[in-house]
Design a protein around this ligand. Structure first.
Ligand code: SF4
Length: 390
């Protein structure tokens, strides 16, 4: 790491040197193998120093890191479907789906398999390569029939050739393993904000509960999607704290979603000021440098930023968007609008399993299918064994 002076302030240069993370070739787009990059040991003060730089200097560094690890012309289109809305027992102060607040969200039952598959087919036909499903639950708990239906959804959508992700609250190691076996590519479980600010937003589940679910997901071999929400009344050091927490995980998250709070009437956060674009940009750029191999995913609230602002976020390292017609409970732009936007900026959509992490996931999934097929052939009585026994 290089320390330089910028108008009298010490700043950290993050432009990759030749040994930046040491994994550039094995993790470059198109590489045939993928191994988790060694975690760089970030001190929180180093992340803060990056974050505090003059904004355009930070964006330039982030764009340079982005180009070293990703194809900057590719943006992943993902679609998120709410498969079970509202009635959640948790008290997340930003969420319209909590049963503790009087909001427009009403509790629904878990969607039927066919309805979800139809939506996934529609998403795929429109260019989305990752399909995410969210259920407003604290945890799956004892919902055996519902969980079985979700496993079927995962299996079927993976069979369509899409990356598939779920966000279902807290998971046990056994549930994570079942999701992995069904073909789940990624599991979303956000840390939301820094450890220090977290208690002002959520009291019904601890930061460590969240880290435990993330560990269960990682141990099952599922890619971790974990990020946060900006505009929760947090300070700049809380945005730094969130990114720093991600850098301390044993592996960087495969995906780091960045949400901008969409304040919803009836929630305790209803009167929060919208996050300023410069803060969003600063956070995305810092995340790109600290988490160089992660997909930085623009999530809820993207519609609040102009097209030019979104292009600036892509320049600073964001490389995925949610698109379709709706996030869980908030609006997003349509596939047609987003594809036209990408076209205007010379960008194009990613293919499924294009990143090295997802390519490895697909390879291991195909390999375990082959093993299952071989072992079921071996255990079934063959025509020869039933006809040639003396
Ligand atoms: S964010 Fe998730 S866990 Fe929190 S209240 Fe909303 S649905 Fe429940």
């Amino acid at each position: 790491m290089v320390l330089r002076r910028w108008k009298g302030t010490a700043v950290v240069s993050a432009v990759p040197s030749t040994d930046y993370h040491g994994t550039r070739s094995s993790n470059a787009p198109g590489a045939s193998t993928w191994t988790p990059p060694p975690r760089r040991s970030w001190e929180r003060r180093d992340v803060q120093a990056l974050f505090d730089q003059p904004l355009l200097e930070l964006v330039f560094q982030a764009a340079s890191v982005h180009r070293a690890h990703h194809d900057p012309s590719r943006i992943q289109l993902c679609t998120l479907m709410n498969i079970k809305e509202g009635g959640c027992s948790e008290d997340c102060a930003y969420c319209s789906q909590s049963s503790r607040y009087d909001t427009h969200s009403k509790a629904s039952k878990l969607e039927e398999l066919d309805t979800v598959l139809e939506e996934a087919r529609r998403a795929k036909a429109n260019g989305s390569t990752r399909f995410c499903m969210g259920a407003a639950w604290r945890e799956i708990g004892g919902r055996k029939r519902g969980f079985k239906r979700i496993l079927d959804m995962v299996r079927e959508i993976r069979g369509m050739g899409m990356e598939v992700c779920t966000t279902l609250g807290m998971l046990t190691p056994e549930q994570a393993q079942q999701l992995k076996e069904a073909g789940l590519s990624a599991y979303n479980h956000n840390l939301d904000t820094s450890r220090e600010h977290y208690g002002k937003v959520i009291t019904s589940r601890t930061y460590d509960d969240r880290l435990q679910t993330i560990e269960n997901v990682r141990n099952a071999g599922i890619a971790v999607c974990s990020g946060g929400i900006l505009g929760l009344g947090e300070k700049e050091e809380d945005r730094v704290g969130l990114i720093w927490e991600m850098s301390q995980l044993p592996e960087p998250p495969e995906s780091f979603p960045v949400n901008a709070l969409v304040a919803i009437e009836g929630t305790p956060m209803a009167d929060q000021e919208p996050i300023k674009f410069q803060e969003m940009l600063r956070t995305v750029a810092t995340a790109r440098i600290v988490l160089p191999t992660s997909i930085v995913r623009l999530a809820a609230g993207r519609h609040m930023f102009s097209e030019s602002e979104q292009a600036m976020l892509f320049l600073a390292g964001a490389n995925a968007i949610f698109t379709g017609h709706r996030m869980l409970t908030t609006p997003t732009s349509s596939w047609d609008q987003d594809k036209a936007m990408l076209d205007r900026w010379g960008l194009s959509g990613m293919k499924s399993f294009e990143t090295p992490r997802m390519a490895a996931d697909q390879a291991s999934c195909s390999a375990s299918d082959a093993v299952r097929a071989t072992s079921s052939e071996a255990s079934a009585p063959s025509a020869a064994s039933t006809t040639t026994t003396p």
